[in-house]
Structure formats: C-alpha cells, structure tokens
Design a protein around this ligand. Structure first.
Ligand SMILES: Cc1cc2nc3c(=O)[nH]c(=O)nc-3n(C[C@H](O)[C@H](O)[C@H](O)COP(=O)(O)O)c2cc1C
Length: 199
C-alpha cells in the first residue's frame, strides 16, 4: 500500500528532498550488503571539518545476529515498529580531534552531514530512512565496544518504501497515514538581520 504524503513547500526544491519522509513500516524486500556499501559510500564523501570524518557506523541486516544486537539497544517505543525494517544501524561520532586530546566541536555537525548524504542516496534507491534518538546509548556503547572518546547518538532503520500501515499499532498507524507534513516557516528560523528569539 502506498502512503501519499503532501509536502507544502513555499519555494521549489528538489523532488528527492520533497519526497523524503520517515515511515515506520517498510516493504518486505531485503536490502543487500552491496546496497549497504553504496549507502556508506555516499556518507563517506560528505564534507567534514578538517576532513576528520568523525562518523562511525555499526550495521546489521535483518535475519542476522548483528541486526538483533542493534534492535536490543532500542527503547520501548522504537522497538514497537523498527523490527519492520530490513537494515538497522547505530551512529556514533569521535569526540576528539585526530591525534589530539581536544574536543572536536563540529563532530556532531559532520555526522549530520554524513546522514544527509546517506538519506539522499537511499531516497534515490527508493529506500526509506527513519532516524531514532530513542536508543540506549550506554548499552550500545558497551555492546559494540566504543571507547570513551566516541559518543553513540542514534539508531537508524532502513527499508524500501511501501510497507503496510496495518502492521502498526493504532496510534502509529494514524500518524503513518496522516497526509500533511508540517514545518516552521522560514521567518521563524532564518533572519536577514539580528536573531529574534521568537519562542
Ligand atoms: C536525530 C533524530 C532523531 C529521531 N528520533 C526518533 C525516534 O526515536 N523515534 C521515531 O519514531 N522517530 C524519530 N525521528 C523522526 C522524526 O520524528 C521525524 O524525522 C520528524 O517528525 C519529521 O518527519 P519526516 O522525517 O517524516 O519529515 C528522529 C529524527 C531525527 C532526525
């Protein structure tokens, strides 16, 4: 079943940005290791401060032990739907500059750019991406052997668009089928002058 979302843009933007959204059900079509490598390659070429590339990824395909280990780090809410995905991964970033015990203030910014590339690549392959803050960071940190100079940020669910919303609990099904997408207007976040604290 295809869910149609409306994106009421104020200005013309790329279709690949306009058509992206974050489903909680996915088609049953498996994602292959080769496709994972393509997604990682898109992320690999993201820009980063001083080209430090602070992003780190742990990934697992559905039906493997890695997938289950990642799934077991999700919080209760995300566990209620993320098992519909065909690929799960954990994102972390390196907190320090290379060869120096100094914080890399821009590492989180760079991880966001990495994911922006991954999402654009995924969308071009009809693969949907749903990012999740609801992950037990400490558990994931330990489970996958990250040392203290890395910070686990998010888990990500991937799968082809086209899942059946009937597979979701009722409240999530309603959200999934809601057509209209909403955003702040540009004048709430962009200023051709001083910042205005409008909230
Ligand atoms: C960093 C980040 C964390 C998020 N965490 C969760 C989460 O834990 N669970 C969830 O269901 N959605 C999560 N989302 C999805 C957002 O709720 C979603 O992107 C937002 O509502 C906009 O919807 P759209 O992506 O469909 O445009 C997260 C998104 C981002 C970027």
């Amino acid at each position: 079943m295809k869910v149609n979302k409306t994106t009421p843009t104020d200005y013309p933007i790329l279709d690949s940005i306009k058509n992206r959204w974050s489903p909680r059900v996915f088609a049953n079509t498996p994602i292959t290791e080769h496709q994972v490598k393509i997604l990682l390659e898109a992320g690999r070429w993201a820009p980063s401060a001083s080209n430090i590339q602070p992003w780190r990824v742990i990934w697992g395909l559905k039906g493997t032990e890695m997938y289950d280990r990642i799934f077991n780090c999700l919080d209760e809410f995300n566990s209620s739907w993320a098992g519909n995905s065909q690929l799960l991964w954990i994102n972390a970033y390196k907190k320090t500059m290379n060869n120096r015990d100094v914080d890399n203030f821009h590492a989180l910014h760079d991880l966001g750019l990495f994911m922006g590339n991954v999402i654009q690549q995924a969308n071009s392959m009809e693969i949907a991406v749903h990012q999740m803050a609801g992950v037990d960071f400490k558990k994931a940190q330990k489970e996958f052997g990250f040392t203290d100079n890395y910070h686990v940020t998010t888990a990500i669910a991937f799968g082809y668009f086209g899942g059946n919303p009937e597979d979701l609990p009722e409240d999530l099904r309603k959200q999934e089928l809601k057509e209209n997408r909403k955003r702040m207007s540009q004048d709430e976040f962009a200023f051709n002058g001083n910042f205005k604290n409008n909230k």
